[in-house]
Every structure is written in structure tokens, then in C-alpha cells.
Design a protein around this ligand. Structure first.
Ligand SMILES: [Zn+2]
Ligand SMILES: [Zn+2]
Length: 376
């Protein structure tokens, strides 16, 4: 709790986690490990039991969000406009204490545990930067394990789901070019605003008319902009949004249909449209064998209820890139409790966790690491 609150007070944005990384390095060194810097503000440390077994990668993310905290507690953010509103302060504190506990338990440990403190989870490529630094080639992990404190589940509940668990996230931008003119003489212009408006509506049919209804998918337009005066038709318009799916096939169907609709509507209005489409994360897909191991570990720790089977979310996580390279599990640790103010969604200015979930996360990761590192 003390460590989490200290991190909460001093949040840092993606790839700027200098203070956090230094604190993590100090902690790991103080507890007998030899931390190393990776990808700027990433930190890794290896605990080798010296006994045969497997290599388990445990990962925490460290970055905060560009949000002004609206909570008034005494450990609220002191950095204007920056806040730990996703719980990554908790993840970092949990993994620090897991490292401490596993060092203490070294004599009973088998195999190796690699602690990975990742920068920049919030949509800007932190996981990829760690992987591009060669973590998998160098340490050859047999499995990868990560967790997210989750305010939408009550404290004491866990969601460990086989297969697809969180969605892929892509980002797109459409730049429409028309011809501006006088608001009173639309016949002399090519109005990009009307084209954009029709595009927004036409895009609502991409999921409803081209994706198998058994396959979850979302297409959201998150921003739109054009013009600056009431009596002027502008030259151009822009809109952008996100696509979320659980499978590469659905994602590719949506990407192709999106392009066709954008071009079709543009052509109907005599304007041109450029589509920029970018992948941010892959879907998080859990390995059923390691999920079973995690559920057994949770049962041994006790005091947990499992969320309904098949619990998943269309939110995204770049831990997906680890799971694309190494089999493993990403799971949610319930941290919601209105009695302590933990009743707000992630990324909300009043986001809070029930700090009892920190203990749950620690106990679980220690137990999962011990059993996953044991030889087969
Ligand atoms: Zn987040
Ligand atoms: Zn997060």
C-alpha cells in the first residue's frame, strides 16, 4: 500500500517513467536482484533458483495517463494533468513485492523468474519496445503472466478466461478533401461536412452487416472535425476512430469494408478521402493450459470467487504482444468496492482501487510463478 501510494502521488506518462524506473531499480537491488534498464524506462531482473525448471516471465506496466485527478485523498497525484487512472501504480507495487517474496522463497523455488517492468502500456508501444530489445531471445521464457487490477469486478473476484480475453485495438483516420465555398452557394462547392456525416452513419453498418453476429466487434468514431464559420463550407473534414475484435480474420474483414465504405461515400459526394489505418495492439489470447494452472494456484491461495466463465472485455492491452510470442495468461483481479470509493471506470478522473486487491495480486502471482517454474 505504501509503495502503491508513493507511485500514485508521482505519476509519469508513457516512456517518461524515469522516477518510477529508478524506484523499481532501487527496490530490486535492495532485495538482492540485479536490475537492468531496457528500452529507456523499462526494467528487468532475473531470479535464478539454480535448480532445473522453466522460465516464467512476470510483467507489470508502469505508466500513467494525461488526466487531472479529481480525488482528494492524501496520496492524490501531485503532478498537474497526470494521473494513475488505470491501476498501473498497483501493478508496479505488486510486482515489486512479488520479487521480494520470491527472493525470500528462493530455497524452495525451481527454475527462473524474469521480472519485467514495462513502460508505455497506454497505446504507444511499450510492450513492443521491450520485445524489440530482445527479451524473448535472451531469456527464452516458457510462459508469460500478467494481471490487471479491475474496478469492474468486485474485490475478491478473479477473471481467468481461456482463449480470447481482451480485444485487438486499431486506430484509423479519414481525411476528406472537398472544395470550400460560400454557405449560401453549396452548388459551387463540394461539401466535405455532408460527406463526413454520411460516412459516420454508413460506417455503423460495417459491424452490423459484414461481421458474423457470433463474433464480437466494435467500430467507434471517436472524433470528427471540420470548418470554423457558420456561413463557410470548408475545404476538408477529418474523422477518426477505433476498431476492436478478438480475431485477425474479423479485423481484416472490418478493415477492408471500412475502406470500401469510405471510398464509396466519398465518390458519391464528389470529394476524395484518404484512409490511414494503424494497428495498436493484437487481441489478448490466453493459453488454456496456463489458465488451468493459474486457476489451480488461485484455488490454493483461496479466498477468491471466479467471474462467470467466458468473462472478457473489448478493452485492449499490449500484453498481447508478449502472448503472441510466448504462451501465457493475462487475468483480472477484482478491485471494485464502492465502500472505499473504487466505483469508477478505468481512465476516469476519480478512478480508485480497493487496496486489498494488491495483496490478492501478490499472493496469486507468487503462487502461479512457483508452480509454473517447476519442471514438467
Ligand atoms: Zn489503461
Ligand atoms: Zn491498464
Amino acid at each position: 500500500v505504501n509503495l502503491r501510494r508513493a507511485l500514485h502521488r508521482a505519476p509519469e506518462l508513457s516512456f517518461q517513467e524515469h522516477g518510477t524506473a529508478a524506484r523499481v531499480e532501487g527496490w530490486l537491488a535492495e532485495h538482492g536482484l540485479r536490475p537492468e534498464r531496457v528500452a529507456g524506462t523499462g526494467v528487468v531482473a532475473l531470479l535464478d533458483s539454480g535448480r532445473p525448471g522453466r522460465t516464467v516471465l512476470l510483467r507489470a506496466d508502469m505508466d500513467a495517463l494525461p488526466i487531472q485527478e479529481a480525488n482528494a485523498h492524501d496520496y492524490a497525484s501531485v503532478v498537474p494533468g497526470v494521473m494513475h487512472a488505470c491501476g498501473h501504480d498497483g501493478h508496479t507495487a505488486i510486482l515489486c513485492h512479488v520479487a521480494r517474496a520470491l527472493v525470500e522463497l528462493r530455497d524452495t523455488l525451481q527454475g527462473r523468474v524474469l521480472f519485467v517492468f514495462q513502460p508505455a502500456e497506454e497505446g504507444v508501444g511499450g510492450a513492443l519496445s521491450m520485445l524489440e530489445a530482445g527479451l524473448v531471445e535472451r531469456f527464452r521464457p516458457d510462459c508469460a503472466v500478467g494481471l490487471h487490477l479491475w474496478s469492474e469486478l468486485p474485490t475478491g473476484e478473479l477473471a481467468i478466461t481461456d482463449g480470447p480475453f481482451m480485444a485487438s485495438a486499431d486506430q484509423f483516420e479519414v481525411v476528406i478533401s472537398g472544395r470550400g465555398g460560400h454557405g449560401a452557394m453549396p452548388h459551387q462547392a463540394r461539401d466535405p461536412i455532408v460527406a463526413a456525416a454520411e460516412m459516420v452513419l454508413a460506417l455503423q453498418t460495417v459491424v452490423s452487416r459484414t461481421v458474423d453476429p457470433e463474433q464480437p466487434a466494435v467500430l467507434t468514431i471517436g472524433h470528427i472535425s471540420a470548418g470554423s464559420a457558420f456561413n463557410v463550407i470548408p475545404d476538408g473534414a477529418r474523422l477518426g476512430g477505433t476498431v476492436r475484435t478478438y480475431s485477425k480474420a474479423v479485423k481484416s474483414t472490418i478493415q477492408h469494408t471500412l475502406a470500401r465504405v469510405v471510398q464509396g461515400v466519398a465518390s458519391a459526394h464528389g470529394v476524395t478521402a484518404e484512409l490511414h489505418y494503424e494497428e495498436i495492439t493484437l487481441p489478448v489470447v490466453n493459453d488454456p493450459v496456463i489458465c488451468a494452472l493459474a486457476r489451480e494456484a488461485a484455488a490454493r491461495v483461496g479466498a477468491f470467487r471466479f467471474a462467470p466463465p467466458g468473462y472478457r472485455t473489448m478493452a485492449a492491452e499490449d500484453f498481447s504482444y508478449f502472448l503472441d510470442r510466448v504462451p501465457g495468461v493475462f487475468f483480472f483481479v477484482g478491485a471494485g468496492n464502492p465502500e472505499v470509493g473504487a466505483a469508477w471506470p478505468h481512465h476516469h478522473p476519480r478512478f480508485e482501487i480497493d487496496e486489498r486487491a494488491l495483496t490478492h495480486g501478490c499472493e496469486l502471482l507468487v503462487e502461479i510463478a512457483r508452480s509454473a517454474a517447476a519442471p514438467e
